[in-house]
Design a protein around this ligand. Sequence first.
Ligand code: GTP
Ligand code: MG
Length: 324
Amino acid sequence: MPVSVALIGADGSGKTTLFNALTRGRGADGVGMVDVPDERLQRLADAVKPKKVVAAQVRIADAPAGSKAQRIGAAREADVVLKVARCFGPEPDPAAELATLEVDLAITDLATVEKRLELVEREVRVGKKAGTEELEVLRRAREHLDAGRPLSELSLEPGQRALLAPLFPVSAKPAVVVANVDEALLPDGGAAAATLGPEAVVVPARLEAELVELDPAEAAEYRSSYGLRAGGLDAGAGGLITYFTAGEPEVRAWPCDRDSPAPVAAGVIHTDFEKHFIRAEVTSVDDLVAAGSMDALRAAGKLRVEGREYRVQDGDVVFFRVGR
Ligand SMILES: Nc1nc2c(ncn2[C@@H]2O[C@H](COP(=O)(O)OP(=O)(O)OP(=O)(O)O)[C@@H](O)[C@H]2O)c(=O)[nH]1
Ligand SMILES: [Mg+2]
């Protein structure tokens, strides 16, 4: 399953403009695939000389037309959310806009948690379910959401978090805040963007949407004239990491959630890889570039062997052993 990113934010904050910039105008029905730029990919390709080089791709979804609830609901399917805040136009107040969004996300999750809580309470009452840990987690989640706080800030053990996962809580998702600024305010984005703090990624969405029409060299020239670094927005900011596979037929970058256990990371390539995972052979981009091939590293006994518990790291080069 490709990693998916959903755009959310106040009405008119520039989501569709950013969507068009990211998908280079090639999205259809509000969905598009986007290559994630990554300089490590070219270094690997130069060393391994594969037949084919494939960048990491993420699926981007614009906020669909509809009610606020529908627009937030659509983001529940995504792995990562991009929160777009308006820092352009009349009287921008992106911090307040984001605070309102956070509360809306919490309210959405509160409704799901309450529904689930009712069901589990009933099942526990009639003895159909032991469910005490789930009850405790749901009650803590309810209290937290009721105070308007996102679930991402609730401290839970991984096992407890897993109990909430089937509810697809949108406030638990990794998020990137995008300060959508007017090009006149580049490079820093001005006072409004500054209220979002240093974590926010400053992007002039309208300018970026225009730059995709130019050839890459010209676009790069424009970007530097505005003091923007190339690429502007890479999905790497969003709690995602990139790992690589590097064989002769293909060198490829794969996006996956930070802290994914090895079988889950393998599942990004193919769902069967998750099911039939045996082990992972792992090295780093630098070591592979130095050695020239996975085979050379393997022969020298320099590939680390990792099991199901291993958490794939950003920049790992991995060969998955899978059964069938
Ligand atoms: N000056 C300026 N205008 C922008 C920028 N981004 C978007 N706009 C304008 O803001 C308006 C709304 O942009 P959209 O991209 O449609 O916003 P949206 O978030 O998709 O809006 P809804 O889907 O209706 O919630 C349009 O007129 C855009 O041209 C920007 O970076 N700078
Ligand atoms: Mg829109």
